[in-house]
Design a binder for this molecule. Structure first.
Ligand code: C2E
Ligand code: MG
Ligand code: MG
Ligand code: MG
Length: 277
């Protein structure tokens, strides 16, 4: 009896694993065609200045509308795009699309509009980052100061000198550099004086659990550190008024999260700007 139950558990486990493998292979295969089929789109999430009470920029986030499986989360397709190398044409496309969009927001009267684009380590390895950035800015007619790139601490597992070199080139153009998910990785503090950074994005974890006093203490320390280093700060994942109050008390004034706006398609951004901008 016990033996049979064990066997069934194996069968269930194998079936689940099989389904996951099947989906991964399917997505991987379809991802190769997604660009040509124009199945990708970009959504934008507002970054809100809580004391000035206005938006200061938008983060660009990639989406994939699969014709049969529906919208696939970037948590699922970005790793696949990284494994297959498709992340490079995808990032190029997101960069061009985002710069064009930011230029349009500016033409429509939102003068201080900035846009942030996420970068994977694979894009640095490809050696195409500088060329795709200048290409996107040029095509859009966007000032480099209006573009920010977001990197993560996982970059430090790669050739740090090479990363610093490429970031320094972008920064010389005027492009801003943000450290995403700060505090979530390993060696967080070490990254601060090794990389040329303009902005720290405080990881959602510290905001979500800011009711826990240890998390609040860390939050306060990050804010102090960032202002000592003359870096801008953005709090990610802000969902409640309690969190906003806490962040303001801590001295962090730029916020991004569902409370202010979920990631939106460009048409919805237009309406959002009209009502709050
Ligand atoms: P990220 O860059 O840290 O982006 C923030 C994520 O938090 C987004 O998830 C956003 O929708 C979510 N978020 C924002 N506010 C809230 C909130 O108040 N509550 C909660 N629970 N979540 C919130 P999303 O869009 O699913 O993206 C996930 C990750 O995928 C991104 O994390 C980023 O690392 C990656 N990603 C997305 N687009 C791209 C891209 O074009 N290139 C690269 N390399 N990575 C991308
Ligand atoms: Mg990001
Ligand atoms: Mg983040
Ligand atoms: Mg991230």
């Amino acid at each position: 009896e016990a033996k049979r139950a064990g066997k069934n558990r194996h069968a269930v486990f194998d079936a689940e694993l099989g389904r996951r493998m099947e989906r991964k292979l399917r997505l991987e295969k379809d991802l190769r065609k997604a660009m040509a089929l124009e199945e990708f789109y970009v959504v934008y999430q507002p970054q809100w200045h809580s004391t000035a009470e206005r938006p200061i920029g938008m983060e660009a986030l990639a989406r994939w509308r699969h014709p049969e499986l529906g919208v696939v989360s970037p948590a699922e397709f970005i790793p696949l795009a990284e494994e297959t190398g498709l992340i490079i044409p995808l990032t190029r496309w997101v960069m061009f699309e985002s710069c064009r969009q930011a230029a349009e927001w500016r033409r429509d009267g939102w003068a201080e509009a900035c846009v942030s684009v996420n970068l994977s380590v694979r894009v640095f390895e490809s050696q195409h980052l500088f060329e795709m950035t200048t290409g996107a800015l040029g095509a859009a007619g966007l000032e480099p100061e209006r573009l920010e790139v977001e990197i993560t601490e996982s970059l430090l597992l790669y050739n740090v000198q090479e990363i610093v070199h490429q970031l320094t080139e972008l920064r010389a153009l005027g492009v801003k550099i943000a450290m995403d998910d700060f505090g979530s990785g390993y060696s967080s503090l070490g990254s601060l004086d090794r990389l040329p950074l303009d902005t720290l994005k405080i990881d959602q974890l510290f905001i979500r659990e800011s009711n826990i006093s240890s998390k609040q203490a860390i939050l306060q320390a990050i804010v102090t550190l960032a202002s000592e280093l003359r870096m801008e700060m953005v709090a990610e994942g802000v969902e409640t008024e309690e969190q906003i109050a806490l962040l303001r008390d801590a001295g962090c004034h730029v916020m991004q999260g569902y409370y202010y706006g979920k990631p939106m398609e460009k048409e919805a951004v237009r309406e959002w700007l009209a009502s709050r901008g």
